[in-house]
Design a protein around this ligand. Structure first.
Ligand code: 13P
Length: 342
């Protein structure tokens, strides 16, 4: 095997190391502003740096439970308060720095209510720059909505094609691609509609990855769980979610894929943990099933911080707790009593 292919596999294996998961801290400027608005903090460059620095300096949690951190373009170029590049702060904990490279989901021409993710122009050169800045993996997220007559095959194929183009370019630059086809949970659809949409999206994705010669052993999948729509009157329980999610992946995800790290997608932080734990407790799978949570890891520390320097230690404690709960879930050993005890 050529050296770069071995490197990709080694990085991917570290990203899905047993008992660890990924911190998604790659909120775009618009999204982080919304998060800061919710705690009454101003979204200045320094506040964004201070907040993210406190997460990355939660040393024990980072060392024990976090295998990688997904960054936004601004953050990968930022320095900590003491002048150390944030990428170095992360690397010193043993976690791998990663970078979000898509430029967002835009309306899909000719298909109202559907989106396609942009960001391919100039991506080869951007990957080279990000590699120089320390990134060893990347993320690209496709947004798939469920509704009347959607998702269309057109939307699934357009997004799968873009995900595969991105993944092939990432691997060429010795960067492991996280491929993220997110079925959005908004809507009144039931869990079986989510199962069907997730199946169709994964089928389109793995066909495109195969066509575009992407090495699956050097690729990490970041999917949604198979869930009831957030406005569905009949909400599936954790056991049904675990069973249907695993069944869907067994049908569509080749065993060669390095690992699966879930997004939280608007589940409460405890739900995201409980469901991951239910999957790992109940099922044997060919892939490590772990987490790459944004909101489900950050909601508690963000609230505890509240934009105030005097709350840094409390925020770090809240982050460390969630990281530990999710680490336990990767081996099926989380219990709700551990939440109460904290
Ligand atoms: P959430 O866990 O908040 O869904 O974010 C994960 C992510 O990276 C979405 O792209």
């Amino acid at each position: 095997m050529t050296a770069y292919k071995q490197d990709l596999q080694d990085i991917a294996q570290k990203m899905v190391a047993s008992g660890k998961g990924i911190l998604a801290a790659d909120e775009s400027s618009g999204t982080i502003k919304k998060r800061f608005d919710s705690i009454g903090a101003e979204s200045t460059e320094q506040n964004r740096r201070d907040y993210r620095e406190l997460l990355f300096r939660s040393e024990q949690a980072m060392k024990d439970h976090i295998s990688g951190v997904i960054l936004f373009d601004e953050t990968i170029r930022q320095k900590a308060a003491d002048g150390t590049p944030l990428v170095q702060v992360i690397a010193e904990t043993g976690a791998i720095p990663g970078i979000k490279v898509d430029t967002g989901a835009k309306d899909l021409a000719g298909s109202p209510g559907e989106k396609v993710t942009e960001g391919l122009d100039g991506l080869r050169e951007r990957f080279q720059e990000y590699h120089g800045l320390g990134a060893r993996f990347a993320k690209w997220r496709a947004v798939i909505n469920i509704g009347s007559g959607i998702p269309s095959q057109y939307c699934l194929n357009a997004n799968a094609h873009a995900l595969a183009r991105y993944a092939a370019l990432a691997q060429e630059s010795a960067i492991v691609p996280i491929v993220e086809p997110e079925i959005i949970m908004d809507g009144s659809h039931d869990i079986n509609s989510c199962f069907e949409a997730t199946s169709a999206a994964l089928k389109a994705l793995f066909d495109a990855l195969h066509e575009q010669r992407v090495m699956l052993e050097g690729t990490v999948l970041k999917p949604n769980m198979v869930l009831s729509g957030s406005k569905c009157s009949l909400q599936a329980g954790d056991d049904e979610i675990a069973e249907k999610t695993v069944r869907c992946f067994r049908r569509h995800v080749p065993a060669a894929v390095a690992g699966i790290v879930f997004l939280s997608g608007g589940q409460s932080d405890e739900q995201a943990t409980a469901r991951l734990s239910a999957m790992n407790e109940g099922y044997e799978t060919p892939w490590q099933l772990s987490f790459s949570y944004g909101r489900a890891l950050q909601a508690a520390p963000l609230k505890a911080w509240g934009g105030k320097a005097e709350n840094v230690a409390a925020a770090q404690a809240a982050f460390s707790h969630r990281a530990r709960m999710n680490a336990l879930a990767t081996t099926g050993n989380w219990k709700s009593t551990l939440e109460a005890a904290a």
